[in-house]
Design a protein around this ligand. Structure first.
Ligand SMILES: Cc1ncc(COP(=O)(O)O)c(C=O)c1O
Length: 387
């Protein structure tokens, strides 16, 4: 049956191309083929046992109802304490708002900040949903092409140059998806100054903040208390499927965000929130730190292995679990390369097309969310494929 009506904004929202690739990978697997998955941005470790146990206890204790829209007070307090313990920053727990993943946080922030037609500056390549969140609220995403010269990050100079009459905010992520690169503190400070001088708002996505292997670890909360900061239990804490994240908002926005959260989400999952209370316990942090170490070892294996077979990685990624490789020495069409590789050798990787329109045909994202043994096998298969 034809659709009677479809909002125009839906037409602007493109699906993840990698999902088709994933479907094909699953088909190949169900026909008995071996597939090595390096396409998905989610840890291969399951949630740490103490968190799972806490989740089960929460269910047994009857924590199955709605919670306050901003999250259970205990969790907001624990998150605020995390900033005190790890960054020596005092954050009022009232400024911490628990959200359904950092995806929920992004929606709330864009929802309270962006009027129809207003622009948000962001990177290209970048996390694909960012522009769609802006579209959903009838704003205008402005992806700015970035490359190795700025570590695939925005710079104060780029922001200054691209600020227009309708620009209202800038969204950066450090470490970034898909490049794993960091924004150095000094540049973040310069960006903050430029954005402030324009009367705009800085939004910093710190979802991979705890997955940093080198460089200066800091939170943007230390730079200004009028910055919106986003984080999540998905990646470092290995809780993607629990759908839990948070944001730290400037004090004066808390009420508006609470109101929007009440209306859009009503509340986050109650058992997930009680489970997450365990996430910062010393026992859990020990597990997460072992995993962080494992990710670092994987990066240290994969980066030289890919370079050796003809990929170029211009900036060493110091965080997250991605390598964004230039494949132009091997192919002029990364999309076809990824599909042909999957069919021929059963290795699933993500073509640049998913991350924007900045030379996507020259780039491929490798997620090192699988074991070194499997990655060794993937590299052998890649070698055979390349010939
Ligand atoms: C940069 C970035 N921000 C936000 C998200 C959303 O994650 P979640 O909603 O699971 O917290 C992701 C997921 O891959 C991401 O890479």
């Amino acid at each position: 049956m034809t659709q009677k009506k479809l909002a125009r904004r839906v037409g602007k929202i493109v699906p993840f191309y990698v999902m088709d690739l994933l479907t094909r990978a699953k088909e190949l697997e169900s026909s008995g083929r071996s597939v090595i998955h390096m396409e998905v941005g989610e840890p291969d470790f399951i949630t740490a046992p103490p968190i799972i146990e806490a989740g089960k206890r929460a269910l047994d204790a009857g924590h199955t109802g709605y919670t306050p829209a901003t999250g259970i007070p205990e969790l907001r307090k624990v998150i605020a304490q995390h900033y005190q313990d790890n960054f020596d920053i005092t954050v009022d727990p009232r400024r911490v708002i628990v959200t359904p993943g950092s995806s929920g946080a992004l929606q709330l922030i864009i929802g309270v900040l962006v009027d129809p037609g207003q622009e948000v500056l962001m990177t290209d390549p970048g996390y694909p949903c960012n522009k769609n969140f802006v579209e959903v609220f009838s704003g205008v995403p402005v992806p700015l092409h970035v490359g190795p010269d700025t570590g695939y990050q925005l710079s104060a100079e780029l922001i200054e140059r691209n600020w227009g009459a309708n620009t209202c905010a800038v969204l950066v992520a450090s470490p970034s998806n898909p490049t794993g690169t960091l924004l150095p503190r000094a540049e973040m400070e310069r960006i903050y100054e430029v954005v402030n001088s324009k009367g705009g708002i800085l939004i910093v996505d710190e979802i991979y903040q705890e997955l940093v292997y080198g460089g200066d670890k800091f939170t943007a909360l230390d730079i200004g208390d009028d910055i919106f900061v986003i984080n999540s239990f998905s990646k470092y804490f290995g809780m993607t499927g629990w759908r839990l994240g948070w944001l730290v908002a400037p004090e004066s926005y808390v009420e508006n965000i609470d109101c929007l959260a009440q209306n859009i989400f009503l509340s986050c999952s109650a058992p997930a929130q009680y489970a997450a209370l365990q996430a910062f316990s010393p026992q859990c942090i020990e597990i997460m730190e072992e995993r962080r170490q494992a990710f670092r070892e994987r990066r240290d294996f994969l980066l030289p292995a890919l370079t050796e077979i003809g990929f170029d990685i211009a900036v060493k990624p110091e965080g997250a679990f991605y390598l964004y490789a230039d494949c132009s020495r091997l192919t002029g069409d990364s999309f076809k390369f990824c599909y042909d590789l999957l069919e021929a050798e059963g290795v699933a990787i993500t073509p640049g097309k998913d991350f924007g329109s900045n030379k996507p045909e020259q780039h491929i994202r490798f997620a090192y969310t699988t074991s070194i043994e499997k990655m060794e096998e993937a590299v052998n298969r890649l070698k055979r494929f390349i010939g």
